[in-house]
Design a protein around this ligand. Structure first.
Ligand code: SF4
Length: 371
């Protein structure tokens, strides 16, 4: 539950996780605290700057504050860390981080450097309920939604490294379906974008979804120019249902309608599975869908390690698929497969380290929803 000032009962002694709050809410709560402590109001902004923009490990590290005030802050608030369990570096510079959460869950974050950009691929859920056939995270089942501080905290933790890793771009393409956890992703988008917090431009933040329609509407309602990527992966309902069970609830026609209505340009993600979705007729059908929505298409070579029985489409065949789409007037890019020598596919490192857990049955997904 995201606390807002109206919901915060200041009489309770339970410390409040200040990293779960949006900048406006955190500043209000901190200002109220400073007033109660007889401190100047500017101290609230001083503390807030040390949460996200120039983060510190603990309140005690806020050495610009008097020692007594730091101790009072630590009594009233928490700013929990994510424990770095493992860090793997690929020969192409891609790095993968496995974080352990307070309840023993593990999540993954991937850092992909390219020129002067550093893209972080962040997780929004521990596991995933949607069970896409080609995905290691789907195979491990849903464990729970992440909180705002656990999602934005992945970006914060990399800022705390020595030397720090400063993200220029964010993609919600790690573990989980972000639009099934909108109540946390919504404030996280604010934290990522707000210049007082992480300050990453909205156009550099991409929310990737399998097509959860209420979530797409909620994202479209945000005034910032956040980007939307839709995982298509199959251009017909029959094939898509076999690869992505979510297609039963959100069929392609509805997803295409939502994509066409989105007021910014949408990207289609399409993972290339050898002999499954990479035939000439698939290129033709995908081109029709992309043209309807004026979508840009990313063809993604399957990461071999996370493939669960599928094999990657060979490079020349991907190139031919891209050519066939371009000939139909569609803008297409073939993504480079990064981190091939580490477990960089979604959910793969966690699966290797922890083994597979039994999926949670659908009835238990009581908090998997969007408003
Ligand atoms: S591809 Fe995404 S939505 Fe599908 S199972 Fe994996 S994490 Fe979930």
């Amino acid at each position: 539950m995201i606390a807002t000032p109206l919901q915060i009962d200041t009489s309770v002694s339970e410390p409040l996780n200040v990293l779960d709050l949006t900048p406006d809410d955190a500043l209000l709560v901190l200002a109220e605290f400073m007033a109660g402590a007889g401190e100047a109001r500017y101290r609230a902004a001083q503390v807030f700057a040390r949460l996200w923009e120039r983060p510190v490990h603990s309140f005690d590290d806020m050495t610009e504050l008097p020692k007594g005030l730091r101790a009072q802050l630590a009594d009233r608030f928490t700013m929990p860390r994510l424990a770095l369990q493992e860090r793997q570096r690929s020969s192409d510079g891609t790095e993968k981080f496995l974080f352990r959460l307070h309840d023993g869950q593990s999540i993954e974050t991937v850092a992909i450097p390219e020129g002067n950009r550093l893209t972080l691929c962040i997780s929004s859920q521990a596991g995933c309920a949607l069970q896409c056939a080609f995905c290691a995270t789907g195979a491990m089942g849903f464990q729970r939604n992440l909180t705002p501080s656990e999602i934005a905290g992945q970006v914060r933790e990399l800022r705390l490294l020595d030397p720090p890793l400063l993200a220029t771009n964010i993609v919600f393409m790690g573990m989980g379906e972000p639009l099934m956890n909108w109540k946390a992703v919504d404030p996280v988008l604010t934290l990522l974008n707000d210049p007082r917090a992480l300050g990453i431009g909205a156009r550099h933040i991409t929310v990737s979804t399998v097509g959860v329609l209420p979530g797409i509407e909620a994202l479209a309602a945000r005034k910032e120019q956040f980007r939307l990527a839709i995982s298509i992966h199959a251009p017909s309902d029959a094939l898509r249902r076999s690869l992505m069970p979510v297609n039963v609830k959100y069929p392609l026609a509805d997803v295409m309608q939502a994509a066409a209505a989105f007021d910014r340009r949408v990207t289609f993600e399409y993972v290339m599975l050898d002999g499954v979705n990479d035939q000439p007729e698939h290129a033709a059908m995908l081109s029709t869908l992309a043209r309807e929505c004026r979508a840009f298409v990313n063809l993604i070579p399957l990461h071999p390690g996370g493939s669960l029985g599928f094999t990657p489409t060979p490079g020349p065949k991907i190139a031919a698929f891209a050519r066939a789409m371009r000939a139909r007037g569609v803008e297409v890019a073939v993504r480079k497969s990064r981190g091939l020598d580490i477990a960089a596919a979604c959910g793969q490192l966690r699966t290797e380290r922890l083994g597979r857990r039994l999926p949670v049955v659908t009835e238990q997904h009581d908090d998997v929803h969007v408003p």
